[in-house]
Ligand binder design. Sequence first.
Ligand SMILES: [Zn+2]
Length: 619
Amino acid sequence: MRRQAGQAPAHSDFQPTPRQAQTGARQTGPGKLLQPVRVPAPLSRPPRPTGKRVISPLLTDFKSGAPNMSVALSKHRGPDRDSVMNIGFSSKAVRPRRLLVAGGFLVSVLLTGLLAAALLPAGCLPPRNPPYSYRPARHVILVIGDGMHLEHEIAASRYLHGRDRALAWHSFSEKAYVTTWDVDTYNRYAGRAGAAPYSEGDFAPFLGYDPARGGKAPFPDSLEGTERYFLTRLPLKEQYGNRPAAYPATDSASAATAMATGHKTDAGNISWRRGGPPAGGLQTISELLDRKFGAELGIVTTVPFTHATVAAFASHNTSRHNYYTGRKGYAGRGIAEEIIDYSKPEVVIGGGHPAWNNPGFDTDRGYISKQAYGQLQRFGDYVLVERIKGQPARTALAAGLLRARARGKKLFGLFGGADGSFEHRVPLNSPGSPAVGRATMENPTLAEATQCALRLLRARGKRFLAVIEQGDIDWANHRNDYRWMIGAVADLDEAVDQAVRFVDQPDDGIDWTNTLLIVTSDHANSYMRLIAKDRLKRGRLPRQVRSGERWTYPDGEVSYRSGKHTNELVTVYARGRGARRGGRYAGRRYRNTRILDNTDLYRIMAEACGLSPLPQGRR
Ligand SMILES: [Zn+2]
C-alpha cells in the first residue's frame, strides 16, 4: 500500500476551524467558564547541561550479576546539546523605523523616539515579508512515554543527574502541557455536571479538563490541581455509556487514537470512531503522510507490537484486545494481521514473541497468531529478527538491518519476555553513581531499537514517521514501583538521546531543518509525588517494600495516591522543523495557558509536514 513519493505540497498556513474557534470560547453547561487566569510563568528552562554526562556508567548483566562493561552506553552531552536550534519562524524581519520630524519640537520628538525605542525592542516588531518561505518537515519522530507524568520525569532526572530537569528532552526549544481526556473521561465529568454527552461538533473543553480545578500546569509546575478533582470516582451513567465509577482518565488506546488521528474516541478503541460503528476506522497520520508523500512508517516499542499505543498508528480496531485474528471470542481481523499484512510499516521492533510469551499459541492469550508468526518467518515482505537465546539483540538487529538493506526488505524485530514486553531496565541504588542495568541482552534497549529503526528509515531515502514508545513506565506506575519506573524513564531518556544524535549526524540529509522531534506522554498515572526530594539525590533510590501487587515506601520519600491513570496534564517537548509553529497551539482551547490537546499533536505533525490539517474523514 506504500505509494511512490508525491511532489512537494504547497504549504498553506493552518487556520483554526470554526469549530475550534467556538469551542475555545464555549462555556461549560451549568458551571462557570474558566476563572480569569493568570498568565502562567513560562516553563522553566533548566540551565543547559554542560560537560560530560554519564547516564549508564555500568550496565550489569543481571543474569550473571557481573558488570558488562562491553555494552556500557556512556553518554555525554557534547556541543550538540548546546546547539538547540529554533527552527520555527522567528521575528527577524524588522522594518526600519522612521522618525518624523515635525515642527520645531525637536526635543520632544527625540524623547519620544527614545521612549519608542525602549518600549519596542527590535524583536517585538511584527515581521513583514519574511525573507524566506516555509519548508515543511520531511521526517517526524514521535516519542511517547506511556503513563509518564512530569513528576516521573523529575524523579528520573534526579536519579540520573541530581537535578530536576536534565533529561534528553528538557533542553528542547518548545515545551507545553497536554490534556489527555477521552470520550469516557468527558462523559464521566459531563454526567456529574448534568451536561450533554460528548459530541465531536459540540463539546465544552472545560468538561474534559478544567484548568481551574486541575491546574494550568501539571504538578509541580502548578500547585493548583486538587486530589478531589483527579481522584474522585465518577460513574458513566446510563445515557453516557453505563459503566461503574472510576477515576476519570483516558486509556492508552483512546489517547493514542487522539494523537494518531486527531479524534477523541472511547476507551479501548484503536483509531476507530467512538461508539465503534461498522467501517469506523479513522485515517491515521501515518496513512495521511503515506497517501500524500509516500512517507514510510516505523514503530518501536518495549511492549508487544500489537499493544495500543503503537498499534493506533498502524491499525484500526474496535478493541485494543483484539490482538490477532482467531483470538478467542473475536471473529474479525486482528491487530497483528493488519500490521503484518496490510499496513506493513517499513520497520517494526517490539515485544510479543510467542516463544517466550505464548509458545502453545493458546487463543485466549498472547499477542500474535501462529499464522501471522509463520508468515513473518517465511521471509515475505520482512526480514525477521527474533530474540534468540544467548544472542545479544543489538547484534541481531545490526545483522538484520544489513540483510534488509541488501535485499530491499522491510525489517521486523520480534522480541520480548514472558509477559510479552522487554525485560525491565534495572537501576541500582548507588548514591553518587547512577547505573541502569538490564535483565538480559537478548532484548534491545529502547535506544538500540530506536537506532536500528531510524537507520533503516534513513536508508530508504524517503520521508518517514517514526513512533517510538517506552511502554513500561505505565506498567511500573500501575504497580507503584518506583525503581522500575526510574529504569523505564532512563530507558526513554537514552532513546531520545539516540534520536537527537541521529538527527545531529552530519551529511546524511536528515537534520533539524527537515525533521521534527516530539517527546510526550499519553496520560498520567499513579498520582506520584516526591515528598522528601532532598533525599532523592543522584544515584539514590528510596527503600521500597512490596505490599500485595503494589509497592510502598516506608521512609516516606515518595507517595503514590493511585494505581490508575489520572486526568492530570502531561508534558510535550519539541525540537526541529515545525516545533515553534506547533507551540502556537498552546492556549488555543484554554486561554492564557500553555495547554494544548492531545488531538492537536496530530495537527501539529500534519502541519509541520506542510499539510493543512484536513477535515477528518473516514479512511
Ligand atoms: Zn496503563
